[in-house]
Design a binder for this molecule. Structure first.
Ligand code: SF4
Length: 352
């Protein structure tokens, strides 16, 4: 199995490809780059509207390089994984300082900030026509199924096998980027993890998993990383006009660069109130109201957050990294956690 006609695959792709805003012809390397950064760990439906807003604000690598980090993070809101935005911004500055062109082979693209082998291969093949296979979750799944690969496709031997298969498809089959993109599209729309649509698949005729009648058993399941439970307190100061006192997260492994009420991790059995008061010092924080617990996940961490509402008089923010802001329209980069905290505090007002 695996002796697939690449022409059949490309014909299918030309007819079935979704219209996406970065799929312009000819491909714009900057748009390809931004889309690939955004698509790392984020669904395409969530990326599309944010991509449009981001490109409208920063239409070129030069515009992105010239922007302030806060502006870039604000336009990244809703995509999560803000580290990607920071790395993309750093990349833009480095490339602009180096002459401004992204055109370089995948082996060099991979040295840029935030660019792993997957993003390098996608940009090099889609924007510059380099014959280099893209190995992402979609192409690895399609490859594992077509080849009937017993090994884990994410292992080094599995990846080598699938890379060689994709390179074979690229031989004389038109632009290498189109082969990569067709396989990514097939994995995203037809050869999905559950219930793959084999009857409508252009590769079905040569697919080992389909011939066996059990495509979903490839690739073998991966062991999940154990989840970690954490408990935080959120010290939410709200003034009489509904403005919140937000602080930029400058330390720790989570949410860096985002504006949120002070958050403190609680040890087992710890009382949240003294921790919240310590985080707010020197702001006078009298008896708070306790809002319903908020649940939030960051990668494999499941976090329970106790929101404490302190009603305070408006006063000058204690330092640069603090601001009073309307939490629903601050224009500051933040996390979806802020909206959850706002909803939790709103529920206090609705209680009898
Ligand atoms: S035939 Fe089925 S299992 Fe094989 S590649 Fe196509 S959708 Fe995936």
């Amino acid at each position: 199995m695996g002796g697939v006609s690449p022409r059949r695959l490309l014909r299918w792709f030309r007819a079935a490809a979704r219209e996406l805003p970065w799929r312009t012809e000819p491909r714009d390397p900057y748009r390809v780059l931004v889309s690939e950064f955004m698509l790392q760990q984020t669904q395409v439906e969530r990326v599309v509207p944010r991509f449009a807003a981001f490109i409208a604000a920063f239409p070129s690598l030069g515009a992105l390089a010239a922007a302030a980090e806060d502006e870039v993070l604000a336009l990244w809101s809703g995509l999560g994984y803000y580290r990607r935005a920071r790395l993309l911004h750093r990349l833009a500055r480095e490339v602009v300082a180096d002459g401004g062109s992204l055109e370089r082979p995948a082996a060099e693209l991979v040295r840029l900030p935030g660019v792993g082998p997957y993003t390098a291969a996608a940009v090099a093949s889609l924007a510059f026509g380099e014959r280099v296979p893209v190995l992402d979750g979609n192409t690895l799944r399609v490859g594992a199924r077509v080849l009937g690969l017993a090994a884990d496709p994410r292992s080094a031997p599995g990846r080598r096998r699938i890379a060689a298969w994709i390179e074979g498809l690229m031989e004389g089959a038109g632009p290498p980027g189109a082969v990569n993109e067709a396989l990514m599209e097939l994995g995203a729309t037809i050869c999905t993890p559950l219930a793959p649509g084999c009857p409508g698949c252009p590769l079905a005729i040569a697919c080992a998993a389909c011939a066996e009648g059990r495509p979903e058993s490839y690739p073998p399941p991966r062991r999940r990383r154990a989840t970690v439970a954490l408990r935080w307190v959120a010290a939410c100061c709200v003034d009489g006009e509904g403005r919140w006192l937000l602080r930029r997260v400058d330390e720790g492994p989570f949410l860096r660069g985002l504006w949120l009420p002070p958050l403190v991790e609680l040890e087992a059995g710890a009382d949240p109130l003294p921790e919240a008061r310590r985080a707010l010092h020197p702001i006078p924080a009298e008896a708070p109201a306790i809002a319903p617990t908020v649940r939030h996940s960051i990668t494999h961490r499941r976090i329970e957050i106790v929101p404490l509402k302190f009603s305070v008089e408006p006063a000058a923010p204690p330092a640069d990294a603090w601001r009073w802001a309307d939490p629903s329209s601050s224009g500051l980069p933040t996390s979806s956690l802020l909206a959850k905290l706002v909803a939790a505090l709103d529920s206090l007002d609705r209680e009898p």
